[in-house]
Design a protein around this ligand. Structure first.
Ligand SMILES: Cc1cc2nc3c(=O)[nH]c(=O)nc-3n(C[C@H](O)[C@H](O)[C@H](O)COP(=O)(O)O)c2cc1C
Length: 212
């Protein structure tokens, strides 16, 4: 099974999302034969999309200049990497109630008409139906109905919607919360709970090409 392992936290050493996404990949690797494609969006952030990028996309493929082909190279490469995997694991911290800008830019590069979604008189449909995703989201606070803060969470609803829009099946979004604002004990409990959810999720993973 081919796994695309993505991280987007600016922290390296003490990052909860990185630690948990690695924990998940290690568990998957313990249960299945896998190859890992690693994408660290903070080490290799895609460039912001531009008017030139949009113009290149709208130009017929055979008419594109060398400069336009170069402008689309990152997008083509990222889409290829996604199409080539069966499972995407995305580690994502909450920044200002939303996702890190490098992850948003990554999304701007992969949500492309004709390549990852299409549209006709029946509406829009995603083209990446062979790909599944698991999202691991770390957040300093708590975002629940009980706390009255659920509506501040623009990470899980957004990522689920946009990934499903391009046809990816989001198996689950595992939330590690609160990692910061409620003290070290609460953080430890949040991490343990997330690990249990990861173990449960991996135990129920089924893949066409899985060796086990
Ligand atoms: C720039 C920045 C913005 C943040 N904004 C929020 C926020 O809006 N809500 C929240 O609960 N935590 C927020 N946090 C805390 C992080 O979500 C938390 O520390 C999380 O564990 C970060 O993920 P990481 O451990 O993988 O780096 C913010 C942290 C940073 C650095």
């Amino acid at each position: 099974m081919r796994v695309l392992h993505i991280d987007s936290s600016m922290r390296k050493e003490r990052s909860v999302s990185r630690m948990l996404s690695q924990f998940l990949v290690d568990r998957v690797s313990g249960a299945h034969e896998i190859t890992i494609d690693r994408l660290d969006l903070t080490e290799n952030p895609p460039p912001h999309i531009t008017q030139g990028f949009q113009n290149a996309l709208r130009t017929k493929e055979s008419d594109r200049t060398a400069e336009q082909i170069e402008l689309l190279a990152e997008s083509s490469s990222l889409i290829k990497r996604i199409k080539n995997c069966e499972l995407m694991v995305i580690g994502v911290p909450m920044y200002n109630f939303s996702i890190p800008s490098a992850l948003k830019t990554f999304i701007d590069h992969i949500v492309i008409f004709g390549q990852t979604f299409t549209s006709d008189e029946n509406g829009d449909s995603g083209l990446l139906s062979g790909v599944k995703a698991i999202v691991i989201n770390s957040r300093g606070g708590k975002y629940t109905k009980e706390e009255g803060t659920a509506h501040f969470d623009f990470v899980v609803p957004y990522l689920t919607s946009i990934l499903e829009y391009i046809g990816i099946t989001v198996l689950t979004c595992i939330k590690a919360e609160p990692t910061q604002y409620y003290g070290p004990e609460a953080k430890e409990m949040a991490v343990e709970k997330a690990k249990k959810e990861i173990i449960h999720t991996v135990a129920h993973l089924r893949f066409k090409s899985a060796a086990s």
